[in-house]
Structures are given as C-alpha cells and as structure tokens.
Design a protein around this ligand. Structure first.
Ligand code: NAD
Ligand code: UDP
Length: 351
C-alpha cells in the first residue's frame, strides 16, 4: 500500500480532517503506523517492582497505560516519573473489588510477591489471587481484551522434577505457610484457563521465576535485596539453612521483555519465564560479598523457613521456541546495576 493510500485509510477510519494532515504525509504515515500499534493497556500491580519496569517499557513503545495498584507493596515513587506523561494514568484501587475499565490488553500483576509480605496476611493474599484475578478476567471478558496472568514458579512448590517444565504438576503443601500464595496462584491459573475455555477470553499465563533488579523494596525480605542491603549497611548477611538450596535469578529487563513477547503472541501457556542459570544461596551470598568489599559483613546462618523449596530452575524450552525469548543479562551485570540502585536508595534513607 502506498504511503498516501495508507494515510487516506487511516483518515477514514479515524475520521480526521485529511486536508490538515496532507502537508507532511510521510510524518503522518508514521502516525498511522503508530496509531494502529498503540494499545490501551491496564497493568495491575503496576506500582510494584516488575510492574513499574513493565509500564516504563509500554510507555516507551507508545501505549496508553492505566496502572491499578493499592500500594500494599508498591510505591508511588516507582511510578512518579510517569505522571507527566499524558498516556499514563494511576488509579489507587484494590483488585479484590470490581472496577469498570476499557482496555485492549491487561497485564495482571497485582499480588505481593515476597514471602514476608504474602505471609503477613494469608487470607488477603488468597483473596487478591482469586478474587483479584476473577475481577481482571471480568474486564477482559466484557471488553474482549487479552489478559496475561503473572503466575509463579511457586506453583511447582518444592519440585521433585528438575529443571521444571510447564508440564510438571508441582509439589505444594496446601496447608503450609507458602500455601496462600502457591495455591492462590494455582487457583488463579485455573480461573484463567476456565475463562479461556468457557468464555473464549484471550489469555496468557506467565510462570515467573525469581526476578531481581532496581525498585525492589530494601526491606521486602527477598534474598537479593536482603543480601545487598545487609552488606551495604555493614550488617551480617543472613543465609537461611546451610545455603545449599538453589534459585535461578532473572534480571528485570529480561523479564519485562519476556512478558511483552508473551502478550504480543497468541500463546496461552503456561510459559515459564526465568533465567535457567542456577546458583546456590550460599554462592549468591559469597558473590555479593565479593562485589561489595570492605564492609566487614560476614555470612551468618539462620533457620531455614518451613517448606522453603530446595531447588528451582526453569526449563525455558517453550519460551525459546514459541516466543523466541531467552534472558541475556548475566548475574554479575544485573547485580551490579541493583547494587548501584540500593547504594543510592540507602544513601537517601539511612542518612
Ligand atoms: P511487588 O510486591 O513489587 O508488586 C506487586 C504489586 O501489586 C505492588 O505494587 C502491590 O502494591 C500491588 N498489589 C498487591 N495486592 C494488591 C491488591 N489487592 N490490589 C491492587 N494492587 C495490589 O512484586 P513483584 O515482584 O513486582 O511481582 C509482580 C507479580 O509477579 C506478582 O503477581 C508476583 O506474584 C509475580 N511474580 C514475581 C516474582 C519475582 O521474583 N519478582 C516471581 C514470581 C512471580
Ligand atoms: N534467603 C536467605 N536469606 C535471606 C532471604 C532469603 O537465605 O535473607 C533464602 C530463602 O530461604 C530462599 C532463597 O533465599 O531459599 C530465596 O528466597 P526469596 O524470599 O528471595 O524467594 P523464594 O524463591 O523463596 O520465594
């Protein structure tokens, strides 16, 4: 299609005054392309760690973004830089309650992710996972939006299969301290698939493995933020158990790229998103100590929390083959950026 014909089509479709735009057809062809790609996107949990990075990427791509967040573990500070952008809107809202909105796409991330936070009120965590997902699915059904659920590697519990493929059903204790989160996300996945099969909603499920980076909360209890902040403060670094348990850490920019890739595909999933490079928690502690030398911090061993998974590593074959996605950021580089962030944060807050 020629540039001029494409613009004429755009003008008819969007009912604009063509004469006013003919002066610079080339520019407006770009506007046409932009308009056809620009989407209205809801990000629930958008004031949190991953959500705020996701919003940044979506705004950079020219989308309109509504952030829904009750600021339980998120912060206005994370989204403050977006407020001057006319394509950004913030709504303080608890997803446990219904809300009427319009959108083309919904990224549903609202849910506390750190064990300390999600265990602080297990019933609220379950309500957020189940009722929150139900409400977001309700919007998707009503306005025919595509919805992506941020699920978790926790659906595999303490896995008996290693690495974990999506076909593995998991090993979750339904009455343990992590159950409110694990079972909540498992129920959320069931709801998503139910809405797909029963109500023809366009859905995607991302099973997110441990993700880290700037904008994690210094006190949210997750291992990367804990270790870095402990060493920066000169405190001892707390390894739970003997540190032989493993995790696989994905830098946040890789995760955001994976989430967008999944949303833009027609894949329902579940699809694992994570970095398959596995490290033990003791190795991570030693690495952080090496990267922040001279603080006098030492490793101390504390009791291992109940049901703490002994190992975790994603099988990302599906993401590689269906989405052409794989992580690119090395742990050292990601930790470096995260350490710089927390250095600034603590300088501001610790005086
Ligand atoms: P986060 O705690 O930083 O962000 C969660 C956001 O959801 C926060 O802004 C919080 O205020 C908001 N929220 C919580 N309950 C809400 C409610 N009832 N209504 C509205 N907003 C609510 O966590 P994160 O690490 O950014 O995680 C984002 C999503 O990704 C979560 O769904 C989490 O389960 C999933 N996930 C994260 C990881 C990870 O390692 N970061 C791993 C697996 C899954
Ligand atoms: N962990 C630790 N010290 C800390 C915080 C966490 O040794 O200060 C361990 C925790 O027991 C778990 C791993 O680090 O084995 C990852 O914990 P996190 O809370 O980050 O996430 P999880 O993958 O357990 O949800």
């Amino acid at each position: 299609m020629s540039c001029r014909r494409a613009f004429r089509l755009y003008a008819v479709l969007s009912n604009v005054d063509m004469k006013a735009h003919y002066a610079d057809t080339g520019t407006h062809f770009l506007v046409f392309l932009g308009a056809s790609l620009m989407k209205n996107v809801i990000v629930s949990g958008g004031a949190g760690f991953i959500g705020s990075h996701l919003i940044e990427a979506l705004l950079d791509r020219g989308h309109n973004v509504i952030c829904l967040d009750n600021l339980f573990t998120g912060s206005k500070k994370n989204v403050l830089p977006f407020f001057p952008n006319p394509r950004f809107e913030f709504i303080r809202h608890d997803v446990v309650a219904p809300i009427l909105l319009e959108a083309d796409q919904i990224y549903h991330l609202a849910c506390p992710a750190s064990p300390v936070h999600y265990q602080s009120n297990p019933i609220k965590t379950l309500k957020t996972s189940v009722l929150g997902t139900l409400n977001m699915l309700g919007i998707a059904k009503r306005v025919r939006a595509r919805i992506l659920l941020a699920s978790t590697s926790e659906v595999y519990g303490d896995p008996r299969i290693h690495p974990q493929p999506e076909s593995y059903f998991g090993n979750v204790n339904p009455v343990g301290p992590r159950a409110c989160y694990d079972e909540g996300k498992r129920a959320a996945e069931t709801l998503v698939i139910g809405y797909r099969d029963f109500n023809h909603v366009n859905v995607a499920i991302a099973r997110i493995f441990n993700t880290y980076g700037p904008r994690m909360l210094p006190n949210d209890g997750r291992v990367v933020s804990n270790f870095i902040c402990q060493v920066l403060r000169g405190d001892n670094l707390t390894v739970y158990g003997d540190g032989s348990q493993t995790r696989s850490f994905c830098y946040v920019s890789d995760m955001v790229a994976g989430l967008i890739r999944l949303m833009e595909s027609d894949v329902s999933g579940p699809v694992n998103l994570g970095n398959p490079k596995e490290v033990s928690i003791l190795e991570l502690a030693e690495k952080v100590l090496r990267m922040i030398p001279g603080t006098g911090s030492e490793i101390v061993f504390k009791e291992l929390p109940q049901d703490d998974p002994t190992r975790r590593k994603p099988d990302i074959t599906l993401a590689k083959t269906l989405l052409w996605w794989q992580p690119t950021v090395e742990l050292t580089d990601g930790l470096d950026a995260t350490i710089s962030y927390f250095r600034e944060e603590l300088r501001g807050s610790d005086g």
